[in-house]
Write a protein that binds this ligand. Structure first.
Ligand code: FES
Ligand code: FES
Length: 194
């Protein structure tokens, strides 16, 4: 049975009517047009779908919509834009930390959650935080460098700290093209009968 559920996404209050067990990822992508989170495995194992849920990196493919009720969700679109990237996005651009870019959403959101709680992580801490995020292209070295650079950027005077400058559902205008170079949309693997 469908249910109407209220949550906040990128600083904006939204209500969604859907089956309560619909994965949050499907809601974000299909109902709210937020295509930053990607569908990778659908099993909570690859990290491509990572969002920040109440301040913690979380895998939206295995979180039911009901599990997000009343909570604060931040997607990639809640960070920066092409013209004003968030420091984490800027660092990934500067380190050229992408090949196909499919893992980038998860890497950036996981890094953001880490840097929110630890502004000066060691390389080991970064490695541990990202250990559950898979990159099939083997861009790990650049990604680790990017997170370390992001920490530097965030600690520099005048750093851009706005978390949610794009509190609107039009994701496609908000994803820095360099952070998602292939424009992969992750495929809409939502069950057709919903
Ligand atoms: S798609 Fe969610 S963890 Fe792989
Ligand atoms: S999966 Fe291609 S850059 Fe990570």
């Amino acid at each position: 049975m469908e249910k109407t559920i209220a949550l906040r996404v990128n600083g904006r209050a939204v209500t969604v009517t859907a089956m309560a067990d619909t994965p949050l990822l499907y809601i974000l992508r299909n109902d709210l047009a937020l295509n930053g989170p990607k569908y990778g495995c659908g099993l909570g194992e690859c990290g491509a779908c990572t969002v920040i849920l109440d301040g913690v990196a979380a895998r939206s493919c295995v979180i039911p919509l009901a599990g997000a009720e009343g909570r604060e969700v931040v997607t990639l679109e809640g960070l920066g834009s092409s013209s004003a990237p968030h420091p984490v996005q800027q660092a990934f651009i500067e380190e050229q930390a992408a090949q196909c870019g499919y893992c980038m959403n998860g890497m950036i959101m996981t890094a953001k959650a880490l840097l929110d709680r630890n502004q000066n992580p060691t390389m080991d801490e970064v490695r541990r935080a990202l250990s559950g995020n898979l990159c099939r292209c083997g861009t790990h070295v650049e990604i680790l460098r990017a997170v370390m650079r992001a920490a530097q950027l965030l600690s520099s005077p005048g750093a851009h700290h706005d978390d949610q400058p794009n509190a609107r559902p039009d994701a496609r205008n908000a994803i820095p093209a360099d952070a998602d170079p292939c424009g992969a949309d992750g495929g809409d693997r939502r069950p057709a009968d919903r």
